[in-house]
Design a protein around this ligand. Sequence first.
Ligand code: COA
Length: 179
Amino acid sequence: MRGLLDQIKNALVYDADKEFYAKLFPDSVPRIDLLRMRKMNESDLPEVLAIERQNYPFPWEQDIFTDCFKAGYSCWVCEEEDKVLGYCLMSIAVGEAHVLNISVDPAEQKQGIGRKMLEHLLSVAKGRAETVFLEVRPSNPRALTLYQNMGFNEIGIRKDYYPAENGREDAIMLAMQLF
Ligand SMILES: CC(C)(COP(=O)(O)OP(=O)(O)OC[C@H]1O[C@@H](n2cnc3c(N)ncnc32)[C@H](O)[C@@H]1OP(=O)(O)O)[C@@H](O)C(=O)NCCC(=O)NCCS
């Protein structure tokens, strides 16, 4: 029984009190606080892939997501009721966490969802990793701003890391120390 309760808690992260108050007083709770982080599963992939294909010129295909599930990576969707608004994936091993993908439906960007998902990943990594790493294209100022505002520091450049329209693009490598 205890195991089952832990599994439910682990799969669904939200504040039930907030939902209760939101029903009674709809204007009292900001929308961002009502969005739920939930573990991603195979049935989310059609929605996830639709967002992925809109957001990236070189999107991940379905097999990369299923490989992440198989590897036991931390894979999450951010949803409003039953609609997926964004998703994020992170690996954790030997004290290092790597944010592999973080992506918000273009129609839902600039409303704090990216920040909410990253905060969630950091809370998952706390206690399990000492450092969180991620890479970003220099041509992606929005993502870079988000990461820097949240306390990530630039630690280097990976030359020709990403495929690009005209050849390859470097990656800016960022890291955050967790205490
Ligand atoms: C990057 C991404 C995940 C950010 O998600 P988002 O929900 O739009 O971001 P948020 O609304 O949480 O904003 C996060 C920060 O970005 C900043 N920001 C928002 N729009 C911006 C813009 N047009 N230019 C620069 N900074 C911007 C905000 O100031 C905010 O910082 P703050 O919280 O300290 O105020 C989202 O834009 C996305 O999915 N992009 C396409 C996929 C992608 O590039 N993923 C990252 C790969 S490394």
